[in-house]
Design a binder for this molecule. Structure first.
Ligand code: SF4
Length: 238
């Protein structure tokens, strides 16, 4: 069993020194297997099977949506820090929460008067997404613990529409993050891939081909002819 201290496992330790020094002995140390990546909150809330395919089965497939997502993160993939009009801008900041067992990276954190404001970059036009909000709220929980100040809101920047949408970290949202983190740990422990639920979420899912939701959901039998039909439906241009 491997125990880790989150801050010491993060890159960019120099920027964490102040935070390290403020950590108290009462904070929990987590088994590595129980640490929940912030991006997993987004995947699990979108579809537990999607989380299972990525994190339990190590399946990952590129599609136009994941490629757009990578492109949108490109400029915030490098750890940097600079001052802009009295606001410290940190990019690709490693974060973690010993309290909640979360770990990950913030695209951008704007720090003004000691208060961090996380900004997550997403491709596409502006559209509310609870899945993105949960990921951002997870970042806020980490930042609160690290900076020892309340973080009450953050932003999601939509690249295509060049618009930043502000998200408030309500008690309900915070509770949802904690609950999903608990469900992820339970799923990891059970090590069972959740069943597919074939619905509208599957249309834009990068794992649709690997998942074969029509078959897995029982819409089609696993006979060869049906399997071929499923592939034809999912990939009409092939
Ligand atoms: S294809 Fe559908 S059921 Fe399968 S992982 Fe994606 S969203 Fe979930």
């Amino acid at each position: 069993m491997t125990h880790v201290s989150l801050y010491h496992s993060c890159r960019g330790v120099d920027r964490m020194e102040l935070l390290n020094s403020s950590l108290g002995p009462s904070l929990q140390e987590w088994d590595e297997a129980d640490l929940v990546p912030l991006s997993a909150l987004q995947h699990y809330s979108y579809c537990p099977r999607q989380y299972g395919l990525i994190y339990l089965e190590q399946v990952w497939e590129e599609n136009i949506y994941t490629m757009k997502g990578q492109w949108s993160h490109e400029w915030v993939d490098e750890e940097t820090s600079h001052l802009q009009e009295n606001v410290q801008i940190l990019t690709a900041l490693p974060v973690g929460s010993d309290l909640y067992g979360l770990v990950g990276k913030c695209d951008v954190v704007e720090v003004q008067k000691g208060i961090p404001y996380p900004v997550e970059y997403k491709h596409g036009r502006i559209k509310p997404s609870i899945h993105d909000e949960l990921q951002l709220c997870g970042q806020a929980l980490c930042l609160e613990e690290m900076f020892r100040v309340p973080v009450v809101r953050g932003g999601i920047y939509h690249i295509s529409s060049k618009h930043r949408r502000e998200v408030e970290f309500t008690p309900v949202l915070r509770q949802q993050v904690r609950e999903i983190a608990g469900k992820i740990r339970a799923l990891n422990a059970a090590d069972v891939l959740p069943k597919a639920v074939y619905d509208t979420r599957c249309v834009h899912c990068s794992l649709r081909e690997a998942c074969m939701p029509e078959v897995a959901d029982g819409h089609l039998s696993s006979d060869w002819s049906d399997w071929q039909e499923a592939r034809r439906v999912m990939n009409p241009h092939h």
